[in-house]
Design a binder for this molecule. Structure first.
Ligand code: FAD
Ligand code: DHB
Length: 399
């Protein structure tokens, strides 16, 4: 367990943040810089959180938020700004140029590294982070003095606070603390998963390649010049043990355009996992003094690289509202948080759904559907307007 500088769990703070993933950590950092107190309660150990391999693409708004939060130094040194992305289909490679279309880039910098940088900054500032917090429960959320109880090493604690930020991801407790009568949930489950591997090999290309192929979708991504991240669409009921490294490389190679496949350098995987694909939105993102941010309120399929970025845009809106309210000023920012955040969330949900539908082979994809997918990709290749719309969404809509 990590606690305040005196080693004790404080009894009172301004904001209890449940969850020490990217959303919770960034919110804590922004509050600390604004002179506001918070405590993070995290269910896992720090080592576990830092070992998770997840997202790799930062929208420019996320990059700027990290810089403003004073945690952009290593990202700017070690991350890679990308000025475009490749889409491959029907043996063709289409490059969409972000700079030409919208004048901004994305940054390749892993979620694991973002998390490390945020932990380092919070540690240095002495922001308490309680790890291995179990039985987290939220109380009195519709009163002026909510509290959160939890246990660490079998000892129960209670923290009184002014606000609770539910940043505890899709399997957390915060959303379930909202009464079912006010909650509306929207969901689409996709009939396939993504099998992802990390390998210490040079990436197949300088930019990402999203590949549409009759055998299924594939994605070539990277972390740096000797670390590649690749994904292939797989059946939902496949197990990682069904996929030897050789099988993975053969399948990936068969889904790439020949010139990319000929450049593919293979090697042992150092991580291999399967993730299901789902779109999910809970509305509203507020109940009394509880506010949901990030995956606790919504999930997108990874195709548009939006999950982490949406967590950060939620934090942007929530922070604005909290700072005003904690200063004893207006609560308008908090009162409108759910609507403002959800407006942007639904744009990303739409884009991720569209890109997933366009790029994957569905079990019921017939000849007609495939021709429609090809026609849409062909339209993207011939239309500057369509490319601008893609670039605008992929690099991130404004906050
Ligand atoms: P999380 O990162 O989930 O953090 C929530 C934290 O809350 C966790 O540390 C969790 O341990 C903690 N927690 C949960 N329950 C409790 C509790 N009861 N009490 C205390 N703490 C609790 N996005 C992309 O854009 N690209 C990708 O390639 C990609 N790959 C992904 C792969 C996987 C396997 C998963 C699960 C997600 C992936 N995502 C990806 C999505 C992206 O990683 C998330 O959108 C992002 O992590 C959201 O951040 P968050 O802080 O909201 O939630
Ligand atoms: C990565 C993951 C994605 O979901 C995506 O769309 C792009 C890149 C990645 O892990 O690098």
């Amino acid at each position: 367990m990590t606690t305040g500088s005196d080693g004790l769990v404080p009894r009172r703070t301004q904001v209890v943040i449940i969850g020490g993933g990217p959303a919770g950590l960034l919110l804590a950092r922004k509050l600390q810089l604004a002179g506001k107190e918070s405590i993070i309660l995290e269910r896992q150990t720090r080592e576990y959180v830092l070992a998770r391999i997840r997202a790799g693409v930062l929208e420019w708004g996320s990059v700027e938020q990290l810089r403003e939060a004073g945690v952009g130094g290593r990202m700017d040194l070690e991350g890679f700004p990308h000025e475009g992305v490749g889409l491959s289909f029907s043996g063709r490679h289409l490059r969409i140029d972000f700079q030409e279309n919208v004048g901004r880039n994305v940054m390749i910098y892993g979620q694991t590294e973002v998390t490390k940088d945020l932990y380092a900054a919070l540690d240095e500032a002495g922001v308490p982070i309680v790890h291995e917090a179990t039985d987290v429960m939220l109380h009195d959320l519709t009163t002026g003095s909510p509290s959160v109880t939890f246990s660490v090493d079998g000892v129960e604690h209670r923290i009184e606070c002014e606000y609770v930020a539910g940043c505890d991801g899709s399997h957390g407790v915060s959303r379930s603390a909202m009464p079912a009568s006010i909650l509306r949930e929207y969901e689409r489950v996709y009939p396939f998963g993504w099998l992802g591997i990390l390998s210490e090999t040079p990436p197949v290309d300088d930019e990402l390649i999203y590949a549409h192929h009759e055998r299924g979708f594939a994605l070539c991504s990277m972390r740096h010049s000797m670390l590649s991240r690749y994904y292939v669409q797989c059946p939902l009921d496949d197990d990682v043990s069904d996929w030897s490294d050789d099988r993975f490389w053969d399948e990936l190679s068969s889904r790439l355009p020949p010139d990319a496949a000929s450049r593919l350098v293979t090697g042992p995987s150092i991580e291999k996992s399967i993730a299901p694909l789902r779109s999910f939105v809970a509305e509203p993102l507020q109940h009394g003094r509880l506010f949901l941010a990030g995956d606790s309120g919504h999930i997108v399929p990874p195709t548009g690289a939006k999950g982490l970025n949406l967590a950060f845009s939620d934090v942007h809106y929530l922070f604005e509202g909290l700072v005003d309210a904690l200063a004893g000023g207006s609560t308008t920012g908090l009162d409108t948080y759910s609507d403002r955040a959800l407006r942007r969330v639904w744009q990303a949900v739409r884009f991720s759904w569209w890109m997933t539908t366009l790029m994957h082979r569905f079990p019921d994809t017939g000849d007609f559907d495939r021709r429609i997918q090809e026609a849409e990709l062909d339209h993207l290749s011939m239309s500057d307007a369509a490319q601008s719309v893609f670039a605008e969404n992929y690099t991130g809509l404004p906050y």
